[in-house]
Design a protein around this ligand. Structure first.
Ligand SMILES: NC(=O)c1ccc[n+]([C@@H]2O[C@H](COP(=O)([O-])OP(=O)(O)OC[C@H]3O[C@@H](n4cnc5c(N)ncnc54)[C@H](OP(=O)(O)O)[C@@H]3O)[C@@H](O)[C@H]2O)c1
Length: 271
């Protein structure tokens, strides 16, 4: 990717801000080269003070930028596309949409068939460069796929997938952050009941969860082979684990992910 490119995050809400933090923490972009847009700017004061370009003027942000990250909700996408359409230069801009449910075909039908467009699904851990991001595109026009991969590689792990898998990736990776956070919170509540203060229990649960994930990510282990190492015959781990399974632990996670995926598929409509 060329040096000095400018990026506009159109829709600087929860994930937009997380992306902006990831972009500058990764050192790919300086604060001054990141535009953040939203209609009510009060929540972005802190970012203005840090040197980010804060504005409600999407058109100008598009005009001034090379890379556009669409980060509004599915219900807010059509008015945004209408707003920026006149400023899109097909031979200049790289557009990355993280809007759940909006397909490449549906976005191109509104902005033009010749735009360089990548669909991406990051999660909020992008703020600390620990996202799992899935990306999909029809082609590599304006090096759009290479640029998106370089950006998301600098902000965690990236997987290039077929667009048909972006909705399932939304459930597993983007929503998945919340599922694992809830699991950690549940573990910490158990920790409180057996004798730890809340903040100690939370740290112990979170670091234990991080260790478990790192065993899989760093060593490439299978979860069950790591579980086997912890479950001493007639021991306390297998007793606790089986109790959780009797209460539907794995089944609840699977059902939640399938339901999220079904919901994600229905979120966006052009009309
Ligand atoms: N949150 C996640 O973890 C996550 C992960 C992956 C993908 N996504 C997807 O990312 C999108 C955003 O999700 P979110 O959770 O970040 O929602 P959000 O917090 O509601 O952010 C959306 C932002 O867009 C702004 N906005 C709305 N219309 C606008 C316009 N015309 N021009 C400029 N800004 C506009 C809103 O601010 P104003 O009201 O002030 O304009 C708001 O701050 C969704 O499509 C979601 O499915 C989210």
């Amino acid at each position: 990717m060329k040096k000095g490119l400018k990026v506009a995050v159109l829709g600087a809400g929860n994930i937009g801000i997380a992306i902006a933090n990831g972009l500058v923490n990764s050192k790919l972009f300086s604060n001054e080269n990141v535009f953040l847009t939203k209609r009510k700017l009060a929540t972005l004061k802190e970012y203005a003070e840090k040197g980010f370009k804060i504005t409600s003027d999407n058109k100008n942000a598009v005009k001034e930028s090379d890379i556009l990250i669409l980060a509004v909700t599915p219900q807010q996408l059509n008015p945004l596309l209408l707003d920026i359409k006149s400023e899109i230069k097909a031979d200049k801009h790289v557009i990355i949409s993280i809007v759940s449910g909006a397909s490449i075909k549906e976005i191109k039908s509104q902005l033009g068939e010749d735009i360089a467009l990548v669909r991406a699904m990051p999660n909020t851990a992008i703020a600390i460069q620990e996202s799992m991001t899935c990306i999909a595109s029809d082609d590599n026009k304006n090096d759009c796929q290479d640029i998106a991969k370089e950006i998301f590689d600098a902000c965690g792990r990236t997987s290039v997938i077929d667009e048909t898998q972006i909705v399932p990736a939304t459930a597993l990776c983007a929503c998945g952050i919340a599922f694992f956070l809830r699991a950690i919170r549940a573990a910490s509540q158990g920790g409180i009941e057996i004798g730890f203060h809340a903040e100690d229990a939370l740290l112990m649960a979170a670091q234990t969860a991080k260790g478990a994930a790192s065993l899989l990510v760093n060593l490439g282990s299978h979860p069950e082979s790591e579980v086997d190492k912890v479950t001493t015959p007639m021991g306390c781990t297998i007793t606790g684990l089986n109790q959780m399974e009797h209460a539907g632990f794995s089944s609840a996670m699977i059902k939640g992910i399938v339901s999220s995926s079904e919901k994600a598929a229905q979120l966006y409509h052009i009309d």
